[in-house]
Design a protein around this ligand. Structure first.
Ligand SMILES: [Mg+2]
Length: 343
């Protein structure tokens, strides 16, 4: 694995977590209220407790799902992917239902991380779908939800599979990861799109080019929405209110990805993009997380302002997951590594 791959993985996971941390303080607030509370520029710093939310929690478990699928199978089938993601998200569900890890946990090492045992406004669709005990698939949809809970956790699919799978396969696997809990096309296809986009960004493409490259892979209505987002960002300075008027608020999957894309295209740098992505009327932690996933994959860790990394207390955990991903990709499998995933 090239050195820049591990930097891209860490960049995507960390910038996503930072966007999520920032957005956690502005989610459920109107832009008018955000400016009243944080000043005319909105929120620009991570304040204590500076924790990430379900978006990052579930993203870390997506990484576990991809790794366990590939420990168990050289070439997992669609049903093996679904099973691995379902198992990983059921681990996340356990972190939402008890206060701290205790007893023999089984499962992956991530279950032993006490900092994950917090409810940070988890999506109701994810909770209810996982509590049903069933796993949705592309052919057997679990509900009619088009919420953004699928796309906001899907980046690790592209980050981990970039060098082993085709774009078509990565798209399908990203969709499968979302379909476990979300049954509407609008909840599923944006997850596949983000998975593929991070691959292109890791390989040096611009965000605009990564959107163009989705042509033929994703449904035309989603493609048109993402193109609109790019055109919006190129036609005027990014500003919170027209952003939501034009692209929606991001509570549903395609809107969340569109807002993140617009912010990634229109910002001067990663910080500027993240700050627009988390200061608007909509689902700011998810749009911040996805925007961070996109730009972090392209720009790496060095693009993330040091003060954000310093003020977010869960950065070491995200870094540890990124290191696990790099170890998995570039070192031979060992019994010790497999045991960390309950294998
Ligand atoms: Mg959240």
């Amino acid at each position: 694995m090239k050195q820049d791959r591990s930097d891209a993985i860490a960049g995507s996971l960390l910038a996503g977590a930072i966007g999520d941390c920032l957005g956690a303080a502005t989610e459920f607030k109107s832009f008018e209220k955000i400016t009243r509370v944080f000043g005319p520029n909105g929120l620009t710093e991570i304040h204590p407790p500076g924790r990430f939310t379900d978006d990052t929690q579930m993203t870390l478990f997506t990484a576990v799902g991809v790794i366990t699928a590939l420990i168990d199978h050289e070439r997992p089938t669609a049903s093996a992917w679904t099973k691995a993601f379902h198992e990983a998200y059921l681990e996340w569900l356990r972190t939402q239902e008890i206060r701290k890890p205790r007893g023999d946990l089984g499962g992956s090492w991530l279950l032993g991380e006490s900092t994950l045992y917090r409810r940070e406004a988890p999506g109701m669709t994810c909770l209810s779908a996982l509590r049903s005990g069933e796993a949705g698939t592309l052919d057997d949809r679990i509900n009619d939800s088009k919420g953004c809970g699928g796309v906001m956790r899907s980046a690790p699919v592209g980050l981990l599979l970039a060098d082993r799978y085709s774009r078509e396969e990565i798209y399908e696997i990203g969709c499968l990861s979302a379909a476990v809990t979300h049954g509407h096309d609008g909840g599923i296809f944006p997850a596949g799109a983000l998975s593929v986009m991070v691959v292109d960004l890791m390989n040096g493409a611009s965000v605009e080019a990564a959107v163009k490259n989705l042509t033929g892979l994703i449904p035309t209505d989603l493609r048109d929405r993402l193109r609109e987002a790019v055109n919006f960002a190129k036609s005027q300075p990014l500003a919170p209110l027209p952003l939501c008027d034009e692209l929606g608020q991001g509570w549903v999957g395609d809107e969340a990805l569109a807002i993140a894309v617009a912010c990634a295209v229109g910002g001067f740098d990663l910080e500027d993009s993240l700050l627009v992505a988390i200061n608007h009327d909509g689902d700011t932690d998810s749009t911040g997380a996805i925007c961070g996933n996109l730009l972090g994959a392209k720009l790496g860790v060095a693009a993330i302002p040091e003060r954000f990394l310093r003020n977010a207390p869960q950065v070491p955990l995200v870094t540890k997951v990124a290191q696990e991903c790099a170890t998995f990709l570039c070192e031979p499998m060992t019994p010790e590594f497999a045991a960390r995933y309950g294998r």
